[in-house]
Design a binder for this molecule. Structure first.
Ligand code: BGC
Ligand code: CA
Length: 335
């Protein structure tokens, strides 16, 4: 750019004051002057281009260049479309194509995603229906349990009421039982006293009216005799006598035998051989001194181990101990 480089002398050029000196300078340096002129011309041209370009740009802003879009638009022939616009549209076309491809890929992905979501939605719907069914069943079960719970609660309250009543009744019975027990002890004490009193009176009566024997007993000699009104076996008869502090009668004399004969019934006497056959003993352990057996007796017909007194013959006979007879008890008088 030699033409744009001005000489220092040109920068200080002043035609008004230095006209004479300038003419002289041109005469002395003609080539250098031509170069300066050329430079000035270039500056002027450049300035013109800048001004024209500025005007053009200004016009482009105010009045847009007709469209040179090649995609989906009609190209208007005759329109001023310079190379820069063309390249810019190509670049734009390229970018739009690229964007379209990306949109296609995105669209494909979205379709796939939609399919997946559709499948997922199908399964979720199915699962939701199942959950709905389960929910309905659970709701029904809950209602049943609620009803059962209400019934049980009511039953519980009824049972509590019954329990309270029973508890109250029990307490009353316990109080009553306590009172009755106390009353029973008092009655037992009274009963003991009355029994004691009765026994004392009985003893007094026996001593005053019975000749030394209890009521129902007949005195004879130093003994008291009791004739039973009922019949029993030999062992049961003896037990009754022992319960009366006595025993079956033991006969040691004919005089005593005659006294018993007055009783008129066949009666058990305290004679047996149940311990050893034919060894007859009295219940007091004494041996048989007096023998008043009926002729031919004892004959032990069919195991006869106990003796009876027969009033008709006033003799003894052996018979089975299990047979039932009246019996005669004998006790000692107590004066
Ligand atoms: C007999 C007795 C016997 C009785 C019961 C009588 O005929 O003479 O000896 O004890 O029958 O068997
Ligand atoms: Ca006999």
């Amino acid at each position: 750019m030699m033409g744009f480089e001005l000489d220092d002398s040109l920068k200080t050029y002043n035609p008004g004051k230095e006209s004479h000196r300038t003419v002289t300078w041109l005469k002395e340096r003609p080539f250098r002057a031509a170069a300066v002129c050329l430079g000035v011309l270039c500056v002027v041209l450049l300035t013109g281009i800048i001004i024209v370009a500025g005007h053009h740009n200004h016009a482009a802003v105010e009045q847009p260049t007709p469209s040179c879009n090649l995609i989906g638009e009609q190209v208007q022939l005759g329109t001023r479309c310079n190379l820069t616009d063309l390249r810019r549209e190509q670049t734009r076309n390229k970018n739009v194509t690229k964007e379209r491809d990306q949109l296609r890929i995105t669209c494909t992905n979205l379709i796939q995603e939609q399919d997946l979501l559709g499948t997922s939605n199908k399964y979720l719907t199915k699962e939701m229906n199942q959950l709905q069914t389960i929910n309905n069943n659970l709701t029904q079960e809950r209602d049943l349990l609620q009803t059962s719970n209400n019934n049980l609660s009511e039953e519980m309250y009824q049972l509590q009421t019954i329990n309270n009543n029973l508890t109250q009744e029990r307490d009353l019975l316990q109080t009553s039982n306590k009172n009755l027990t106390e009353a029973m002890y008092q009655l037992q004490t009274i009963n003991n006293n009355v029994t004691l009193e009765r026994d004392q009176l009985k003893e007094l009566q026996r001593l005053s009216d019975g000749g030394g024997c209890l009521a129902g007993w007949q005195p004879h000699g130093a003994s008291c005799y009791f004739l039973s009104a009922e019949k029993k076996s030999w062992n049961a008869s003896r037990q009754d006598c022992q319960d009366k502090d006595a025993d079956l009668v033991v006969i040691h004399s004919e005089e005593e035998q005659n006294f018993i004969n007055n009783f008129c019934w066949s009666v058990w006497i305290g004679l047996h051989d149940m311990e050893s056959e034919s060894e007859w003993k009295w219940v007091d352990g004494s041996p048989m001194k007096l023998s008043l057996w009926h002729p031919g007796e004892p004959n032990n017909v069919g195991n006869e181990d106990c003796a009876e007194l027969m009033p008709e013959s006033k003799t003894w006979n052996d018979i089975p101990c299990s047979w039932e007879r009246h019996w005669v008890c004998k006790s000692v008088k107590r004066n």
